[in-house]
Structures are given as structure tokens and as C-alpha cells.
Design a protein around this ligand. Structure first.
Ligand SMILES: Cc1cc2nc3c(=O)[nH]c(=O)nc-3n(C[C@H](O)[C@H](O)[C@H](O)COP(=O)(O)O)c2cc1C
Length: 193
């Protein structure tokens, strides 16, 4: 089982990163190979929605890091999407990367993309300063729908932890328990034959 974390926070040492590490470490303890992409360490341009790729067979941003990162996404069995709640929704860094997934639909096809994504499972790690689910709902629900986009794919659930100051989430035992549980579920996941 290969579990890939997509870390979409601006802070490399923030609460999103901490919780994603808890999930990945729990998965690793249960025998999974784990890897993390820190999106802030890569250059991913915004989608242009130009669809020029349909004519020339390559993206206008073919020189950025998108293709290399997307190859890792395709190779993974489980994706853990990590994003802080920024303005009630997904962080820009993660959203810019996810928007580029539409380029795969244009350059290849929707069927190609869904075939690649449908055997996978996905889970969500998010943090926020406010304390109610309702305030994080747009972030969680957008990512849940993204995970379920390819018919047949599996949703493993979400972890919503307290954010704000660095280290906050790691002090919150219920969040740690939920993060470890998500990691164990990720390691136990088996795609349908
Ligand atoms: C641009 C920005 C927007 C934010 N918007 C919200 C928000 O809508 N609701 C909320 O509860 N917290 C919000 N926060 C607080 C963050 O969710 C919180 O500080 C979180 O811990 C940041 O993630 P990190 O610890 O991984 O850096 C925002 C923070 C930033 C920087």
C-alpha cells in the first residue's frame, strides 16, 4: 500500500503538516509505504483552461512541477489531502494543484483520469481556528467530492483539528486519535479486484 500525503498549508511546520505526519506515521506503522508532497516546495502554475493541449499534445505549463507530482498521485493507492481552512475553504496551494487535474481531462480524457483514480482511496486532514464543523464544511465537502469524483473510488473520512498557533493540533488528544485511525484505515485499504 502506498499512501501519499498532499500538504497544502503555507506553513511547512504548521498544524496541517503535523496532523498529516501523524496520519502517515500511523499508516507506516501498519506496513504502508508513505510519502508526502509539500506543495509549497514545488512550482505549480494556475490552470489557464486554454485547452491548447488538445492541439499541441502538451500543456502550456509543461515546464513546471505538475507532471512529476501528478505521476506520484497516479502511483499512489491512497491520497491524504491536507489543507488548512483558509477563508472557509481549501487552501489556494492545494486548490491550484487540484484545478490542474482538469488539464488531465483535456490532455488525456475524463475516462483516463477516472480509470487512474477509481481504484484509490482518499482521506482528509484539515485544521481551523474556529471550532465548529459548519465553518470547515466547504473545505471538507469540496475535498470529499474530489475524492469521490471517479466512480468506484473510496472515501476514508476526515480529521478536523484545532489550528492557530504551531503545535496546537498535536496537543488535542481526540484529534490525534482520529488522525491515527485515518492512518490505520489508509494502511488497511485494499482496492477492489
Ligand atoms: C489566509 C488564511 C485564512 C484563514 N481562514 C480561516 C477560516 O476561514 N476559518 C478558520 O477557522 N480559520 C482560518 N484561518 C486560520 C487557519 O485555519 C489556522 O491558523 C491553521 O492552523 C493554519 O494551518 P497551519 O497550522 O497548517 O498553518 C485562516 C488562516 C489564514 C492564513
Amino acid at each position: 500500500m502506498h499512501v501519499l500525503g498532499l500538504m497544502g498549508s503555507a506553513r511547512r511546520d504548521g498544524n496541517t503538516n503535523d496532523l498529516l505526519d501523524v496520519v502517515l506515521n500511523a499508516a507506516h506503522e501498519k506496513g504502508a509505504d508513505v510519502e508526502k508532497i509539500v506543495l509549497a516546495d514545488h512550482r505549480v502554475e494556475h490552470i489557464e483552461n486554454c485547452q491548447v493541449c488538445k492541439q499541441r499534445g502538451a500543456c502550456v505549463h509543461a515546464d513546471d512541477d505538475f507532471d512529476r507530482l501528478m505521476a506520484k498521485v497516479y502511483a499512489a493507492d491512497v491520497l491524504i489531502y491536507g489543507s488548512p481552512v483558509y477563508w472557509y475553504t481549501v487552501s489556494g496551494r492545494l486548490k491550484v494543484f487540484l484545478d490542474r487535474w482538469s488539464c488531465e481531462l483535456y490532455l488525456k480524457s475524463n475516462d483516463y483520469f477516472c480509470e487512474k483514480m477509481k481504484p484509490k482511496a482518499g482521506g482528509i486532514v484539515t485544521v481551523q481556528e474556529e471550532s465548529t464543523y459548519e465553518r470547515a464544511a466547504s473545505c471538507i465537502e469540496a475535498l470529499e467530492k474530489t475524492i469521490k469524483y471517479a466512480p468506484g473510488s473510496t472515501y476514508l473520512g476526515y480529521v478536523l483539528g484545532p489550528g492557530g498557533k504551531r503545535g496546537t493540533a498535536l496537543k488535542h488528544e481526540p484529534t490525534l486519535l482520529a488522525a491515527r485511525e485515518l492512518g490505520r484505515k489508509a494502511a488497511a485499504f485494499r482496492p477492489a479486484p
